[in-house]
Design a protein around this ligand. Sequence first.
Ligand code: FES
Length: 99
Amino acid sequence: MVNVHFNVEGEIVTAKGEPGDSIMQVAVRQQLASIEGECGGELSCATCHVYADDGLGFRPRSEEEEELLELVDERADNSRLSCQLILREEMTDVEVSVP
Ligand code: FES
């Protein structure tokens, strides 16, 4: 079990995820309005944009993720597509910010 903390404009919403879940899936289950996950994680919508700092243990961005991130508003150095952030066994708590 991994505690996923979503920072939504300063307010923290915490949801539980399992290893293998993506942050997008956890957010959609939690019905976080700001993460839609429209394409279901197929890397074609960018409606799952979050900010996640390095060092959380996620895989680095793929070329496809990098390209799609070019299209998002409010792009930052730590922008990620949350459907590509997969929870791992060794994680206990992760925090991401929602644009
Ligand atoms: S859910 Fe569509 S790109 Fe992440």
